[in-house]
Design a protein around this ligand. Structure first.
Ligand SMILES: [Zn+2]
Length: 128
């Protein structure tokens, strides 16, 4: 049985491990002293930098920042795109999202998949 929440947390954990493999660092000023500011659902967290005082999350500074779609949807779309060319309408049907969303997903993922860590997070064999 596939538990969507668990998969979301798993993807987030994988992203955190890959993105911060050299240690957590503020994406804006590079300061290393960052503390947990708030914790959302499914492993999403908000961090605060003690250097510049700004908050960020694990997606800040990546093409997936400020998107509100679950990582499981990004992963599904990324695997479809990795398996061959996808038109917006075929993505829209396969992901069960509106055509405009599929267009945005494809545009953002084209950028996101150039990042090795995001690619390794999203395009994996052991995910649904
Ligand atoms: Zn900072």
């Amino acid at each position: 049985m596939i538990d969507a929440t668990t998969d979301e947390s798993l993807l987030m954990a994988r992203l955190q491990t890959l993105r911060w493999k050299a240690g957590l660092r503020c994406p804006r000023c590079g300061h290393r002293d960052c503390t947990l500011h708030a914790r959302g659902k499914e492993g999403r967290r908000k961090l605060r930098c003690s250097g510049c005082g700004r908050t960020f999350n694990d997606l800040t500074g990546t093409p997936l920042a400020r998107t509100h779609l679950p990582l499981t949807l990004w992963a599904k779309a990324a695997r479809l795109m990795a398996s061959g060319h996808q038109t917006c309408s075929s993505l829209s049907v396969k992901l069960d999202v509106k055509l405009a969303t599929a267009w945005r997903v494809r545009k953002i993922l084209t950028e996101a998949l150039k990042d090795a860590d995001l690619r390794r997070t999203l395009v994996t064999e052991d995910m649904p």
